[in-house]
Design a protein around this ligand. Structure first.
Ligand SMILES: Cc1ncc(COP(=O)(O)O)c(C=O)c1O
Length: 426
């Protein structure tokens, strides 16, 4: 008898490019060791999730028959109109001095979280081999998206104020010399309390980057993708106008927002304001995916804004995260006061603290430190995951800590465990 062999499945090129994401490995670690104090995940605080405001909004939505029926139906493919109008109104308040400007709700697209929008934009503007210039280090899930799309990510040097405009210019000039400039399609930034470094880009740098993007947009558009995921998590500094507010003709900046960090990631509601040329093509791509994001979640968020429950919740979580930020900074000061070679910067918002170890210490998956830290009962995101494969070389002696999830006492214990691991490796 012949043995019948099943034909082997060969994933598509794209699916192969999606494999091996660092995020998946980290999640596996966390799930297989529930005893660990994770300082790795960029998740939000569990206890302060907005149960009451959400219940109030759902009750209000469901108590009226026609609004209940509408919320359970398909919605417009570009998102709920009321929600878009209210988001634009907020933006006019924060960025345009309350002056109604020429941003129409029709320029906005609602997505199930901002990650889908990042993917859709990449899928729309990038062919395989095209280039995105990213601050190095950067949000590592976005790097996986670029890899999935077959695009190149080039890291631009950054410092305590984010991407350095002169470094950006230098790379653009090099790419012009090498002939690759026509492949450069976008600059990706997380201008507020960034992931992974927790740094915010000041106004003068925002202006400089917009000016550069516009100067280099003469032959083909060079878009600036401004990912504002952490804008609302601001603890002890003033707000800064968005990059969109600096884009005088709104042809350059893609403004990306989300309720995941400021309200609830479970609702999965994000949004983007797109330059006119991108809007229709991105919407068409989205149509192929889902003909619109979950409408029920959008109606809940619209109700939450309408009932003015959102700002109240933001005030609560700012207090909660500020306490955690303070606890982690105090723990770091305590644990590392005698080690001058360890550097970190106190963030004014967001969820992250970026640690630089002495050059000789590798914090990555191949180094001894990560393994030892796991043995000591905690773990972190290796900084090298956050560096694009080209441009600025990965700093293997770096790591990202998050203070979003753990309560203050656990943050303290986690930092002490990290110190024990460092002592064993230094
Ligand atoms: C910088 C940044 N952008 C985007 C996202 C995606 O968030 P969501 O898809 O939940 O809106 C995250 C999540 O951690 C993030 O850190």
């Amino acid at each position: 008898m012949h043995e019948i062999r099943e034909p082997e499945f060969q994933p598509s090129q794209r699916a192969q490019q999606a494999a091996g994401q660092p995020i998946a490995a980290l999640m596996d670690q966390a799930l297989s060791r529930p005893d660990l104090i994770s300082l790795a995940a960029g998740f939000v605080d569990q206890v302060s999730l907005p149960v009451e405001p959400t219940r109030t909004a759902v009750d209000a939505l469901m108590s009226d028959q026609s609004s209940a029926l509408a919320a359970l139906q398909y919605g417009p493919s570009n998102g709920d109109r009321q929600l878009r109008a209210m988001l634009i109104e907020r933006l006019e308040q924060t960025d345009f001095g309350g002056q109604p400007r020429m941003i129409s709700p029709d320029q906005m697209l609602i997505t199930p979280g901002s990650n889908q929008l990042l993917y859709l934009i990449g899928d729309t503007i990038l062919d395989p081999g095209d280039i995105v210039l990213c601050a190095a280090p950067t949000y590592f899930v976005f790097l996986s998206i670029l890899k999935n799309l077959g695009a190149r990510a080039i890291g631009i040097d950054s410092d305590g104020e984010g991407m350095i405009p002169d470094a950006l210019l230098e790379v653009l000039r090099e790419l012009q010399k090498s002939g690759d400039i026509k492949r450069v399609k976008a600059i990706y930034l997380t201008p507020y309390f960034d992931n992974p470094r927790g740094v915010t880009m000041p106004l003068h740098r925002r202006e400089a980057i917009i000016t550069i993007a516009k100067e280099w947009s003469r032959e083909r558009p060079l878009y600036v993708l401004a990912d504002n995921a952490y804008r609302e998590l601001r603890y002890d500094c003033e707000d800064i106008p968005s990059l969109l507010a600096l884009d005088d003709n709104q042809q350059t900046v893609v403004e990306i927002g989300t309720f995941s960090k400021s309200f609830s990631p479970g609702l999965r509601v994000g949004w983007g304001i797109l330059p006119p040329a991108l809007l229709q093509p991105v919407q068409s791509q989205k149509g192929n995916l889902d003909f619109g994001s979950p409408y029920f979640s959008q109606r809940i968020m619209a109700k939450i804004l309408e009932l003015q429950l959102y700002d109240r919740h933001i005030a609560t979580i700012r207090e909660c995260y500020q306490t955690k930020r303070n606890a982690m900074c105090a723990a770091l000061e305590d644990a590392f006061q005698d080690v001058s070679e360890i550097r970190w910067q106190r963030p004014h918002g967001g969820l992250y603290i970026w640690i630089e170890l002495p050059e000789y210490l590798a914090a990555g998956p191949d180094g001894r430190l990560l393994e030892t830290t796991l043995d000591e009962g905690t773990f972190y995101v290796p900084g090298e995951y956050c560096f694009p494969s080209e441009g600025t070389s990965p700093r293997k002696n770096t790591l990202r800590l998050s203070f979003g999830v753990q309560p203050p006492e656990q943050l303290h214990q986690g930092v002490i465990a990290l110190r024990r691991a460092l002592d064993k490796c230094m």
